[in-house]
Structure formats: structure tokens, C-alpha cells
Design a binder for this molecule. Structure first.
Ligand code: UN1
Length: 512
């Protein structure tokens, strides 16, 4: 492997040029961007200041005032073109995701596919933003619900899905008649710049086809936390959709609420799987391996806790430890690699701290050590860690954004279900079983308390068609499919009197 010798800066510059971003936009600024693959600096970007951010919000608001008047199916046409542009750019943008985040090739491409999928969904949605007609108690009256555009949608996204999360929010917000303004993670601004350039291509085609689109429909803000805070506090941004840590959500949620704004929070997960006596263990092994080790454990849906029934523990766990010991770790761009690097040293340090705490709590650790240091001293590759724990204590109840799987033996189904729910987070969960009663109980009202509960599938890798998000410290927001679009619109109840009298509701008399 020649990790240190890759010249990613040159490759990034050429991919960006293809997408229409000049080389001059990638150098000379204060925000340094590195590839986690080898630690190499790949760009130095200029950052926006407070005044620029305020002006951008005002411009986005003006864009909203115009865009809301465009019929929704026509707004959908822009998103259809965005989907086409993303299909054309899939290989380039997927490669950029891999270079900037360290995802393996199929996951970098998969992330772009997720963007394309949500565009397709949003195009159909643009003809389905419908409300109810409701029976009224008054004659010659009609009562109905209308869904109207809301305003500027602020999007704050994390490093691990640097572009898909923007698309879940933007594709929906734009067909709903909103403008969007995006503050990506400081760790992944390049993929954001590329995405913005792809969006601009779609707008250019849309306008060339004779459609009207205001300027500043989608705005990208490159900057730090202070820029995010300006978005969070500005009343001209009625909706903030923020993805990141629970600590971030704890800061954002109350600030948005204090100005009566709305927020969609998609925060930490501490996702579990229960392996029951009847589980298909081959399928379970694959499901657990992808969910726990995939993306180097850096999905908010990554599997972090595994409850294994004592009747299958000694069959499954040694097989898992073997898989952990042999999985290919290294350059994510090379075919055959399954585990790429952690995003940075901070992630590595937090992983080591959690493993120390697990040991102190009686955990037996396999893996977790740093590898490939000779080839890339400034990158952080780790062997995923499997930790057999005596109980759900210490770091097990916290989210550590790294490939650590805590394994706990159980003997009673209800005990496993209680353990699944007995953490502050509530994003995703799964059960491996062929017992109908267990499967149905898990997805029932007395089952998993998470926003996502799967059967014979790991907790990660959701499709865009379902609503995505979770309960408790995960923040309660829903993005992506199903009726998540409703959070991006305002609902009006309209009562229309088409008669010549004025009957009042509840029989009230008021004759003047
Ligand atoms: C995230 O990790 O922030 O369900 C999102 C999944 C992906 C999205 C993860 N579709 O794993």
C-alpha cells in the first residue's frame, strides 16, 4: 500500500474542475481540509464571516418569497434535473466522498445513490403535497387543510454523511417551496462545494428550459460553529434541520425553540441488535459485521450493542471475533478494502478512551489497535473492536463514534428488550430471530423504543423511503421519506362559507 504517496490534492482539483469549481476556490483560505486516508492537506478554503452570513440569510429569504409562488410540480422539475446531474456526477462525487471522509468506494457511491433516490422521491412528492378535506358541522361550508411553503430551511450536517443529509433536507424543502441554506461540517466542506456546483448545473438547465428560479435558492456557507449559531438564532430561518452529536442538539434545540422556530434534530444513536435462539447465524454474522464495522463504525445508525442469547453465544461470538480479526483495513479506494480510516485523531483518541473505560468495567477487548501507521503516519486506521461485557455499564450506554461493538449475553427475551431500550438514545435497533412472536413483540408497542426497528437486518443502511430519525436523545426529528415533508411546510386549516347565512360553530348566537 502506498497511502502516503497518493496526491489527493491534485485529484480533488481535477474532479472539482470537472464539476465547474475553479482551482482558485480551493486554496489560500483559512479552513484546512485533509483526507483521512493519509492525512494529506487537500484544500485551504475561505470562510464566510458574520456579515456575509446575515446577508446570505436575507438573500435566501428573498429567494423563498419568489420560489413559493412556483407550482409545486414545477419545483419538482428542478429536483428531477438535480437527480439527473447527480447521476452524471455519481462517480466523481462518490470518489470525492471517499477522499474527504475515507469511505470505501461502494459506500462513497452509495451515498450519492441515496441522494439520487431522494430526488426521485421528492419529484413524485411534488405532486402529492396534499391535505385533508374535513367534515364540517355547518351547512354550505367546506373545511380543508392546505400545506404551504414555510421559509428558509437551515441545514447543519455532519461529516459522516456529508452530502446525503443535505439532499434529504434540500430535495424535500425545495419541492415544498422553501429555499435552503447549508452549513456543512468543517471536516467535509469540499463535498459540499461539489454538491453546490452540481445543484447550480441543475438550476442552469432548469432556467434554460424556460423555467423561473430565483437566485440563492440553495446557499452554501463554509465556516465554523459561529456561522451555524447565526443560522440557529435568525428568525428568518423558521426551520433548522441539524444532524450531529447530542451535545450539539442540546445547544441548538433550545435556541431555536426560544425564538419559536422549528427544528428537526437527528442526533446520537446507540443502536442495538438482539440475537435470539432461532436466529439464522450466517445471516446474523453478515448483518452484524456490516452494521458494526461498516463505515468504520461512523454512522449514526452503526451497531454498537449486541445482546446474544446464551444458547447461541458460544457459536456466534467466536465467529464474529474471527471476522473482526480478518476484515481488510486500509486504503478505502482499493478494491477489497472493507474498513477505511477514522475521520481524525480526535475520533481515534475517543475510541481508545472508551476501550479503556470498557476494560475498567470488566470488558474483554478483541481488536481496537491502530494499524497501518508505517504507510500513513498522519492517518488513523484501527482494527474494529469487539468487547465482551459483563453488563450494560460504563461506556456501553454512551455513543462513541468508532467501530466498537459491545457484546452482552442474555437468557430472557424481555431482559434483552429492556436492555435495548435502557440507554438515553433511541435511533435504530434490530432483532435477529425466526420466532414470529419475538419479531412481532420487538416491533410492537411494547418493543423497541427507537425510531427504526428492524427484523433480520442490522440497524444501519436505511432506505430513503421511510422516515429517518429517532426518539429520546436522538432528538425526535424525522427526515427523508414517508410524511417527513410535513415538517418543511406550514399547515393552514381553511373553512369556506359558500352559503348566504352565517351559522356559528358550537351553536353560538351573535345577532347584531
Ligand atoms: C447517518 O449516519 O447520519 O441508515 C445517517 C443509514 C444511512 C443514513 C445514516 N442511510 O445508515
Amino acid at each position: 500500500m502506498t497511502l502516503a504517496k497518493q496526491n489527493f490534492a491534485a485529484e480533488v482539483t481535477s474532479i472539482m474542475a470537472k464539476l465547474g469549481v475553479p482551482a482558485s476556490a480551493l486554496t489560500g483560505g483559512s479552513l484546512t481540509v485533509r483526507s483521512p486516508i493519509n492525512g494529506e492537506q487537500i484544500a485551504a478554503l475561505s470562510e464566510i464571516d458574520a456579515a456575509g452570513t446575515k446577508a446570505a440569510i436575507e438573500a435566501a429569504h428573498q429567494a423563498f418569497l419568489e420560489w413559493r409562488l412556483v407550482p409545486a410540480p414545477k419545483r419538482g422539475e428542478l429536483i428531477r434535473l438535480l437527480g439527473e446531474e447527480l447521476r452524471t456526477a455519481k462517480a466523481d462525487l462518490g470518489r470525492l466522498v471517499s477522499i474527504e471522509v475515507g469511505k470505501i468506494t461502494s459506500e462513497g457511491l452509495g451515498e450519492v445513490q441515496e441522494m439520487i433516490d431522494i430526488c426521485d422521491f421528492a419529484v413524485g412528492l411534488s405532486r402529492q403535497l396534499y391535505g385533508l378535506t374535513i367534515a364540517t358541522e355547518r351547512s354550505e361550508h367546506r373545511m380543508m387543510e392546505s400545506w404551504h411553503p414555510l421559509g428558509v430551511t437551515g441545514i447543519i450536517s455532519a461529516f459522516n454523511f456529508p452530502v446525503a443529509v443535505w439532499s434529504w433536507n434540500s430535495a424535500l424543502a425545495l419541492v415544498c417551496g422553501n429555499s435552503t441554506i447549508w452549513k456543512p461540517s468543517e471536516k467535509t466542506p469540499l463535498t459540499a462545494i461539489a454538491t453546490q456546483a452540481i445543484f447550480e448545473k441543475a438550476v442552469t438547465r432548469y432556467v434554460a428550459d424556460g423555467n423561473k428560479a430565483p437566485a440563492n435558492l440553495s446557499t452554501l456557507l463554509i465556516g465554523g460553529r459561529d456561522i451555524g449559531e447565526i443560522l440557529v438564532d435568525n428568525p428568518k430561518v423558521p426551520l433548522i434541520s441539524a444532524t450531529g452529536s447530542t451535545a450539539m442538539g442540546r445547544a441548538v434545540g433550545p435556541r431555536v425553540a426560544s425564538r419559536f422556530g422549528r427544528s428537526i434534530l437527528e442526533l446520537g444513536g446507540n443502536n442495538a441488535a438482539i440475537v435470539c435462539p432461532t436466529a439464522d447465524l450466517d445471516l446474523t454474522l453478515r448483518g452484524v459485521a456490516f452494521a458494526a464495522m461498516g463505515t468504520a463504525g461512523q454512522r449514526c445508525t452503526s451497531l454498537r450493542r449486541l445482546f446474544v442469547h446464551d444458547s447461541v453465544y458460544d457459536t456466534l461470538v467466536p465467529r464474529l471475533i474471527k471476522a473482526y480479526g480478518s476484515v481488510s483495513i486500509g486504503n478505502p479506494l482499493e478494491a477489497g478494502t472493507l474498513i477505511g480510516p477514522l475521520i481524525d485523531k480526535g475520533a481515534f483518541d475517543r475510541m481508545q478512551t472508551a476501550l479503556e473505560a470498557a476494560k475498567a468495567a470488566g470488558g474483554k477487548v478483541a481488536g481496537g489497535d491502530r494499524v497501518n501507521t508505517d504507510e500513513a503516519a498522519d492517518a488513523f486506521y484501527v482494527r474494529p473492536a469487539l468487547v465482551e461485557m459483563p453488563a450494560q455499564t460504563g461506556p456501553v450506554v454512551e455513543e462513541t463514534f468508532a467501530p466498537i461493538l459491545y457484546v452482552i449475553k442474555y437468557s430472557d427475551f424481555d431482559e434483552a428488550l429492556a436492555l435495548n431500550n435502557d440507554v438515553p438514545q433511541g435511533l435504530s435497533s434490530s432483532i435477529f430471530t425466526n420466532d414470529l412472536r419475538e419479531a412481532e413483540a420487538f416491533v410492537s408497542d411494547r418493543g423497541s423504543d427507537c425510531g427504526i426497528a428492524n427484523v433480520n437486518i442490522g440497524p444501519s443502511g436505511a432506505e430513503i423511503g421511510g422516515a429517518f430519525g429517532g426518539e429520546k436523545e436522538t432528538g425526535g426529528g424525522r427526515e427523508s421519506g414517508s410524511d417527513a415533508w410535513k415538517a418543511y411546510m406550514r399547515r393552514a386549516t381553511n373553512t369556506v362559507n359558500y352559503g348566504r347565512t352565517l351559522p356559528l360553530a358550537q351553536g353560538v348566537k351573535f345577532d347584531v
